[in-house]
Design a binder for this molecule. Structure first.
Ligand SMILES: C[S@@+](CC[C@H](N)C(=O)[O-])C[C@H]1O[C@@H](n2cnc3c(N)ncnc32)[C@H](O)[C@@H]1O
Length: 291
């Protein structure tokens, strides 16, 4: 039964015409800054095609009208964001880079803040997907501060474009895939086994505040409180140069003087922005906002 309906959906899935592709691409780019290159046209068909089937919409042109003008457009935009974003993530992703973060950024920062008598730390995880990255940072802070954590005000702001990802992050329950690079003792100490997966413990969860936010929305970005460290790993690869520049300038303004930006280990801002000072460590580069 389901096979039959699956094949019917497949047979009736429309092809995107070049004009429709250009119009959808521009619409998505205008809203989110996500740039779908021409050679990835199949992404539109593969990801949005089934949605057209569900809605009984016969063409991508009609779908675009639905996104722009229908009464359901706001709800449909949320669906669109979910379908077009790539949300791959995991806890303790890129261990080598996280060692740099722990030893070269977090440990000295905590020490200098403590010395100055201001035990307040803010970190921003921009493009946090389902929450594994900010929870990793919260666990690292627990590991570094131990009982002293009680005397700190720690605020990890975590944002994503996709409301579905933010809902998953807020639930804080993960399957085994999310733990592929997590040390077993961390899993034991910071998660509780539930029938649906492993749930993050409340003492970690309370350090993280999740919300939807579009990095293309400059007013929303400007309104955020300032951070000591901005994490934006594996997000700007989906943006073109213009959007990268916009987002990097938002991060620069958000950081306190002397603060750091951490990108994905394979990402670079070389040739895009010169406002940050790259600081090279054996496990990866971090970018400093000078004072
Ligand atoms: C591949 S995930 C990276 C998750 C995490 N930072 C990591 O490295 O594991 C990229 C995330 O960026 C988010 N994203 C893409 N464009 C965005 C935008 N304009 N504003 C906010 N988030 C965005 C996507 O929804 C997705 O969850």
């Amino acid at each position: 039964m389901s096979l039959l309906s699956g094949s019917l959906t497949l047979r009736s899935a429309p092809k995107v015409t070049p004009e429709e592709f250009t119009a959808l691409r521009e619409f998505i780019y205008g809203l989110t800054g996500i740039d779908i290159p021409a050679q990835r046209q199949y992404l539109i068909e593969n990801r949005l095609g089934p949605r057209l089937g569900e809605l009984h919409i016969p063409s991508f042109g009609e779908y675009l009208k639905y996104l722009k003008f229908s009464r359901e457009k706001d709800a449909e935009l949320k669906q669109l964001f979910e379908l077009i974003t790539t949300n791959e993530t995991s806890l303790f992703r890129d261990t080598k880079q996280l060692e740099v973060v722990r030893d070269k950024l977090l440990a000295p920062l905590l020490e200098s803040l403590e010395k100055s008598g201001k035990k307040e730390l803010r970190i921003w995880s921009a493009g946090c997907s389902s929450g594994e990255e900010p929870y990793t940072l919260a666990i690292m802070l627990h590991e570094l501060l131990r009982v002293k954590l009680m005397s700190w005000r720690i605020d990890i702001m975590a944002h994503d474009l996709s409301p579905a990802m933010i809902a998953k992050a807020q639930a804080g329950v993960y399957g085994e895939y999310s733990f592929k690079t997590t040390p077993p003792d961390i899993l034991d100490r910071y998660f509780t086994k539930r029938p649906e997966g492993f749930e993050i413990k409340a003492n970690v969860k309370r350090l993280v505040r999740f919300a939807t936010l579009n990095l293309n929305d400059q007013a929303a970005v400007k309104a955020l409180p300032r951070s000591h460290i901005v994490f934006c790993r594996n997000v700007i690869i989906y943006f073109d140069t213009e959007m990268k520049k916009k987002v990097l300038s938002g991060f620069y303004d958000n950081l306190v003087p002397g603060g750091h930006l951490v990108l994905g280990h394979a990402e670079t801002i070389h040739g895009v922005s010169r406002v940050f000072t790259p600081v090279h460590h054996p496990g990866g580069i971090v970018y400093k906002r000078e004072g």
